[in-house]
Design a protein around this ligand. Structure first.
Ligand code: KG4
Ligand code: ZN
Length: 352
């Protein structure tokens, strides 16, 4: 595979879950314009409603794309390519985003890149703005979001080896469920972190699933159940505010300890093959301060550099999609307009 110059900026579109996002990046990865619209339509339901998400993407995406194109100062005809998340995710949203991207590609005779959302999270650390020049291959990725929780050896564009992952819930899902149990807004992660800030992390001894076990798989359902049992041990509606904060802090401390332990095991597996290099954390949960602190310490103990992209690039966004488009275009990797969006699309099926 050869490095090909890209003739123009790349438009990226993200619509796999409940963020409607568009971005335009220069061929060198500079962000010319970006926008993320977090759909508020789901708050009343305590979770993402797929049909509502698809309709909201349809309502918002055309205007969002027009706005970022205008702000970037780029004409559609001058683009070097159009990239859209084409899986994994909710099929309705994927069809909306990929369909719009294909329409632009057809109208302006542009290459289309069907982006794997997990690959987009994985390659975010290579944006030249994240660390100077971007993180070089190979590196270890800890992908932690509402739907995903896995350790991946990132060896090149399209070359990923999954070292371990969750055997039940994703870590963001556990945060969201604990948020719900504590009567916090949705999504639960940021709300649990805010509440935990005024709680005592040592008040409740909660389980730390798989801590110290070989391998780097994760499990969160037992921890979530323990929190549920703790909450129902209070009379309905009578959980004191300080106790709720202490539960949030104890839960977050248990998660952070487990993450550092599991990531540590993954670093040992990775280092056996490549030596100590860099641990990159990605996905919405990477925004969590306590988890970042725990991972920083685990990296320092093993001689790994720790890279956490800026918060706005941790959650779902279109900068990562456009950047993945650039990485793939450079290698001449484009997709046919007949590419069908894939609700399920494991990372290790990405090899070109
Ligand atoms: O990557 P993302 O935006 O969407 C996908 O799931 O793909 O991640 C969203 C998840 C949600 O579960 C949310 O509760 C969690 O990331 N999250 C957090 C924090 N911010 C977002 N979890 C813990 N602490 C946070 N500060
Ligand atoms: Zn995501």
């Amino acid at each position: 595979m050869v490095d090909k110059p890209i003739p123009g900026a790349v438009l990226g579109i993200e619509s796999s879950c409940d963020e409607t996002a568009a971005a335009v990046l220069a061929p060198d990865g500079r962000v010319l314009a970006e926008a993320v619209l977090s759909q508020q339509e789901h708050a009343a339901f305590g979770g993402v409603v797929p049909e509502i998400a698809a309709r909201a993407h349809l309502a918002h995406l055309p205007g969002l794309v027009a706005a970022v194109m205008q702000r970037s100062g780029t004409d559609f005809a001058a683009l070097g390519g159009v990239a859209a998340t084409s899986g994994p995710g909710l099929i309705g949203g994927l069809i909306v985003g990929a369909g719009l991207a294909k329409g632009v590609a057809i109208a302006h005779h542009l290459p289309f890149i069907a982006v794997n959302h997990l690959e987009a999270h994985a390659l975010t650390a290579r944006l030249p703005g994240v660390v100077s020049g971007g993180v070089a291959f190979p590196y270890l990725l800890l992908l932690v979001s509402g739907g995903h929780c896995q350790c991946v050896s990132v060896e090149g564009v399209g070359t990923y080896a999954r070292l371990g992952g969750t055997i039940d819930d994703a870590v963001g899902e556990a945060f969201d469920k604990v948020g719900k149990l504590l009567g916090l807004g949705w999504p639960g992660g940021p709300a649990v972190e805010r509440l935990a800030a005024r709680g005592d992390p040592q008040r409740f001894a909660l389980p730390r699933p798989l801590f110290g076990r070989p391998g780097c798989d994760f499990s969160f359902s037992g921890l979530k159940t323990a929190v549920a049992q703790l909450v129902v041990s209070y009379p309905p509606g009578a959980l004191p505010g300080q106790d709720a904060a202490d539960i949030a802090a104890s839960f977050q401390a248990a998660v952070a300890a487990v993450m550092a332990d599991r990531a540590g095991r993954a670093m040992d597996l990775f280092a056996a093959q490549h030596g100590p290099r860099t641990l990159v954390v990605a996905g919405g949960v990477a925004a969590n301060g306590a988890i970042r602190v725990a991972l920083t310490a685990a990296c320092a103990a093993r001689g790994f550099a720790f890279v956490a992209p800026p918060l706005r690039l941790c959650g779902d966004n279109a900068v990562m999609v456009a950047w993945t488009g650039i990485e793939r275009l450079r290698l001449g990797l484009t997709d046919p307009l007949g590419h069908a969006p894939r609700p399920r699309w494991p990372l290790d099926e990405m090899a070109a």
